[in-house]
Ligand binder design. Structure first.
Ligand SMILES: [Zn+2]
Length: 103
């Protein structure tokens, strides 16, 4: 498994990566502006990915949780994705999401 930085160097690396990509990449692809909060390894370290900038995409918490669950084979039950502050479903596979143009 790839070594990743620890301590102060890791904090600085994280800060720099978030500064380089301040908006969530996956939200941006859907035309949604969301601040990124997590530098995500595109190919997870646990799956042999490298801790290098070209393997990093910055995501918001929600997208990060979603891709991590997908990468590690956890399935989400339909309708269990919860809802956002407006009461609309956050799960893009929810039938309402398609109707609302979120899918
Ligand atoms: Zn996002």
């Amino acid at each position: 498994m790839t070594k990743r930085l620890r301590g102060r160097a890791a904090v600085e690396q994280r800060r720099r990566r978030l500064a380089d990509e301040p908006l969530c990449r996956l939200c941006a692809e859907r035309g949604v502006i969301t601040p990124s909060t997590v530098p995500d390894h595109i190919k997870p370290l646990a799956l042999g990915g490298l801790d290098i900038d070209t393997n990093i995409r910055c995501l918001c918490d929600r997208c990060h949780r979603m891709v991590t669950a997908e990468q590690f084979g956890k399935t989400r039950s339909k309708g269990m994705g919860g809802c956002d502050a407006t009461g609309l479903p956050t799960d893009p596979t929810h039938p309402w999401a398609a109707a609302l143009g979120r899918a």
